[in-house]
Design a binder for this molecule. Structure first.
Ligand SMILES: Cc1ncc(COP(=O)(O)O)c(C=O)c1O
Length: 464
């Protein structure tokens, strides 16, 4: 039986990527009109409304992956996109401002796009054409990451796997670990860790009362503990996902805290997956890499990304460091298995993106990235000052592009809905990042300055 585009749209999972794909097909239904709506001052919004319940005349004989069925709700950000779409249908003239998903908004610096354009043009020439590259990334890109980003930390070119972004690497790392490992996450944390763990079958069922999955160790990170878990109460797990600066709280772990974390991993024989996607936002002397901590190479993998530094959320380029010193319990190097996963599941990052990555790491590229980051950090300050002036307790912001605002005693989704309904500003409900985020809302500093100022004006109006 053939499946038309129309049916696919109606039954597609809620995903912003699928919606932008179908936006280019020539479907004329009202659903197509929802896709790619341009809202004044808000840029193009790419998301779809909830698909209607589908009557299916035919089912395959393939049973659903039971791990997929364990996933409690849709992935957080498509769900926010869905609510934003519904809001825009309700208020078609509203000037919706999106400070929710955490997507970058400012143009990529010219020094970086010029390098990508040159590489793209070179592909039109006999001499400049190249097809598949090394799965691990181009030698010069790996070398530049090792020397520029990890200079002096003993990380070598061969330890670096260039990728199409940190999220994709998180999934590949989960494939590396398999279904039998136990894992710990900061609570709250970036949802990809928990969701990929569920999909891999590492967890039990979702427990409605605790809002946690069985077999995951949730490491509470709240203002009372300075957003660093009390490790004396954390159960032993094989894998520990740790993100610093943290999305969503914006907290960066100090050297002392990371030293404790590395020691904790060593004591338990665990592997840390350290997500440093926001490291360049650090303004104080918190470590930018886990490898600044002595002994970390024996216990930690680090994943990183150009997404939030150079506006590469759409270009796609990141990397993961698996040091040769990191060994499984039988002495087998973790990097060798990761290499096998990468060679099996990935055909190398785009050569055009890698040309951009190389330009990012040039002296001019680094300067340009710092400027972009500086711009977003000014936005952060505007948001922090706004909420502080309204009497809220506000966290994050100093070392990250996220502001974590406390609404004590209130449900995050209620606050999210209140802000959306009354100000037409999209934020992210803290509970979407784990039960520890309940009562908080994350406000992203990724936005054009006019939109940030306008959003803050509206916040002041609402909460004065
Ligand atoms: C903590 C964290 N890790 C990873 C990612 C994904 O980054 P990438 O665009 O490189 O896939 C994000 C994106 O928001 C993030 O917040």
């Amino acid at each position: 039986m053939s499946v038309t585009n129309h049916q696919l749209i109606a039954s597609a999972p809620l995903s912003s990527s699928s919606s932008s794909f179908f936006a280019h097909s020539n479907i004329t239904s009202s659903r197509a009109q929802i896709v790619g709506v341009r809202v004044k001052n808000a840029g193009v919004v790419k998301c779809v409304a909830t698909p209607p319940a589908q009557q299916t005349a035919y089912t395959s004989k393939v049973s659903r992956n039971p791990n997929m069925a364990k996933l409690e709700a849709g992935y957080l950000f498509p769900e926010i996109g869905r609510r934003r779409s519904a809001h825009m249908l309700k208020y078609p003239d509203a000037q919706v401002i999106s400070l929710g998903i955490g997507d970058t908004t400012e143009p990529i610096p010219d020094v970086i796009t010029s390098a990508m354009a040159k590489r793209a043009h070179d592909l039109s020439t006999l001499d400049g054409y190249s097809g598949y590259g090394a799965e691990q990334g181009e030698k010069k890109v790996r070398a530049a990451i090792a020397s520029t980003y990890y200079g002096g930390l003993g990380i070598e070119e061969g330890d670096i796997f260039v990728s199409d972004g940190a999220k994709c690497d998180i999934a590949r790392l989960q494939m590396l670990f398999g279904s039998d490992v136990t894992m710990a996450v900061q609570d709250p944390s970036y949802p990809a860790y928990v969701d990929s763990s569920v999909i891999m079958g590492q967890t039990g069922q979702y427990q409605k009362d605790s809002e946690k999955y069985g077999k995951i160790e949730y490491m509470r990170c709240i203002p009372e503990n300075g957003f660093f878990p009390d490790l004396s109460t954390v159960g032993k797990t094989e894998i520990i996902f740790f993100c610093s600066p943290n999305n969503p709280t914006g907290a960066a772990a100090t050297r002392e805290q990371l030293t404790k974390l590395v020691q904790f991993a060593k004591d338990n024989g665990s592997i840390i997956v350290y997500d440093s996607a926001y490291a360049m936002y650090i303004s104080d002397d918190s470590p930018r890499s886990i490898y600044e901590i002595p002994g970390a190479k024996e216990v930690a993998i680090e994943t990183a990304s150009f997404s939030k530094y150079a506006g590469f959320t759409g270009v796609r380029l990141g990397w993961t460091v698996v040091p040769k010193e990191l060994l499984f319990s039988d002495g087998f190097p973790v990097a060798k298995d990761f290499n096998r996963i990468v060679c099996t599941c990935f055909n190398g990052a785009s050569n055009i993106s890698q040309a951009g990555g190389l330009a990012c790491l040039s002296p001019q590229g680094l300067e340009a990235m710092k400027e972009v980051i500086g711009f977003y950090k000014e936005n952060t300050k505007i948001i922090v000052d706004t909420f502080k002036s309204l009497g809220f307790n506000v966290y994050g912001g100093t070392n990250a592009p996220y502001v974590w605002v406390h609404f004590p005693g209130r449900s995050s989704w209620d606050v999210f809905s209140e802000i959306l309904e009354k100000t037409h500003v999209v934020t992210t409900p803290g509970s979407g990042f784990g039960p520890g985020g309940e009562g908080f809302v994350r406000v992203s500093a990724f936005g054009h300055r006019d939109n940030i100022l306008e959003a803050c004006r509206r916040f002041k109006e609402l909460y004065k």
